[in-house]
Design a binder for this molecule. Structure first.
Ligand SMILES: [Zn+2]
Length: 280
């Protein structure tokens, strides 16, 4: 039994943890983060716990769409966005198609000086496009076809760490396709990203449109429960959707729109003075 980590938490947090049967570091294995928040652990402390769990490789869970979210329910959900007049089917299609579009390596990779230096004049494009077509078009990590980007297998920062020239990372052999999300969460600065069931942008809107929180506070709480670890300002920005829809009579808020706006503005100002942005 060790409490090396838990002893770094505040006494209030340790009391809350004890109430849900977490007394030593090992008890945190498999913890459901919303249970911590429900036991009155503050987000700041929960974030510290998540960072510890991530760093030590212990597992933990968040909320997400439950088993009732079958393909039929997702279909119904998107249909409801169209039926309510938020989007047209054409816009849905345009949005999806835009996210399926392959990355523009012909103009980026082929004009990269480090890549160009490895080929005879005018041959870089041939090499880059041949490499590109040889890929299978899916993310190497999760297999999705959406949001595909080119990523370094061994990153430039790793090259620097090994005392090598980061320019040497730019070889076709060292490139792979990853989806935007898997690519972003690889970064050191985003170690706590990618915990929610979808990209942050999508998860924010799913929480808003599917869970329909009626206050900003409830929205923020749901975002935390669903694994969004970024700074509060992201929630206050996304909350604009609720306010805009409420103005159009398409969303129910706990209070009048004017009051909701005034409150959200204050929250956003407070967020700016808050602790530095955590992630993303
Ligand atoms: Zn992926």
């Amino acid at each position: 039994m060790t409490t090396e980590f838990i002893s770094t938490l505040t006494s209030a947090t340790r009391e809350s943890l004890a109430e849900i049967g977490i007394a030593d570091d090992a008890d945190l294995e498999g913890v459901h983060i919303p249970d911590l928040l429900n036991a009155d652990v503050s987000w700041g402390q929960a974030h510290k716990i998540i960072a510890y769990l991530t760093a030590t490789g212990l597992t933990f869970t968040f909320r997400g769409p439950d088993d009732t979210w079958t393909p039929a329910r997702w279909e119904e959900f998107v249909e409801s966005l169209v039926d309510s007049g938020i989007l047209s089917w054409e816009e849905v299609a345009v949005c999806v198609l835009g996210e399926l579009n392959p990355p523009q390596v012909g103009t980026s990779l082929a004009s990269n000086d480090n890549i160009k230096a490895q080929y005879e004049p005018r041959q870089a494009m041939r090499a880059v496009m041949s490499w590109f077509y040889e890929q299978d078009g899916t993310c190497r990590v999760c297999g999705r076809r959406m949001h595909i980007e080119v990523d370094h297998v061994v990153g430039k920062d790793e090259f620097v760490k090994q005392g090598r020239d980061p320019a040497d990372a730019d070889t076709l052999d060292n490139l792979q396709l990853l989806c935007r999300r898997c690519n972003v969460t690889k970064r050191e600065s985003h170690k706590l990203g990618g915990l929610s069931f979808a990209t942050a942008q999508a998860a924010l809107m799913w929480i808003l449109h599917a869970e329909r929180p009626t206050t900003l506070g409830e929205f923020e709480r749901l975002c935390r429960e669903h694994g969004l670890t970024m700074a509060n300002i992201r929630f206050e920005e996304a909350w604009a959707m609720a306010i805009w829809l409420a103005k159009a009579g398409m969303y129910e808020l706990d209070e009048a729109v004017d009051e909701a706006i005034a409150e959200a503005v204050e929250e956003a100002v407070e967020s700016a003075d808050d602790e530095p942005a955590l992630d993303q």
